[in-house]
Design a protein around this ligand. Structure first.
Ligand code: ZN
Length: 237
């Protein structure tokens, strides 16, 4: 593994014309292909007070599949869908083999790219009996201020609606009070955005058998990617 994290930012041109022509969308597959503790533990600014870690290893599904592999698989599908609708896509990490950027750098990639929207893709790991379902994280402490926080909530609502329509996943039973949306102030990749809204999807609870029975399949991953693309279309199309 390399000694330093990638700066990421692979910029991919549209593959066809469509409703997203002229739009730049950052797709952020959570975590990294390779875990290097000396990099992961490096302190970075979270956009609030105290520092936080550069990144974490992420969780692991019931069958041992690492979260980074799932987020990469969905991120690649999503990238293809968005490019086919005319969008330019900026991927925060170029592959699932190395050490991706720190969480603060993932926001900086979007700021530098002049992005219109950030879609960060994760899977949760809650070892609580019966805890399942997706939730969309938004920041209530964005560098870009209240206007971006409102726009991010609009994007989150669109994503909740599309996931509800296109997948069998329920809204989270353990976070968000049944809304499917959870506001936080400690997510650097969202806090540090200055020019566009962003959301972070926790696709489901990878420690839950029902969620993983779905998210472990190609068909499930394709449906989640389609819901993300459709939400982008609602917000930007
Ligand atoms: Zn994660």
């Amino acid at each position: 593994a390399s000694e330093r994290p990638s700066r990421g930012g692979a910029r991919l041109a549209p593959t066809a014309s469509g409703p997203l022509v002229g739009r730049v969308i950052v797709v952020d597959p959570g975590h990294n292909g390779v875990a290097v503790p000396s990099i992961l533990h490096r302190p970075v600014p979270p956009g609030g007070g105290a520092t936080k870690a550069c990144n974490t290893t992420g969780t692991e599904a019931l069958d041992g599949t690492p979260e980074h592999a799932l987020t990469w698989a969905v991120g690649v599908r999503l990238t293809g869908l968005l490019r086919a609708e005319g969008a330019t896509v900026v991927l925060t990490r170029p592959d699932d083999a190395g050490v991706g950027p720190c969480v603060d750098e993932r926001a900086a990639i979007a700021n530098r790219a002049g992005a219109d929207l950030v879609l960060s893709v994760h899977g949760d790991g809650a070892d609580v009996a019966g805890a399942r379902g997706f939730h969309v994280i938004v920041s209530d402490a964005m560098a870009g201020g209240p206007a971006l926080e409102r726009a991010s909530r609009t994007a989150a609502s669109a994503l909740v609606a599309e996931l509800g329509a296109r997948t069998p996943l329920p809204r989270s039973t353990y976070l968000g009070g049944g809304t499917g949306i959870d506001a936080r102030a400690d997510i650097a990749g969202l806090n540090l955005l200055t020019g566009c809204p962003g959301v972070m999807l926790e696709m489901g609870n990878l420690r839950n058998a029902a969620d993983w029975a779905y998210l472990g399949t190609d068909a499930g991953r394709a449906q989640v990617a389609a819901a993300l693309a459709a939400a982008a279309g609602r917000v930007l199309g």
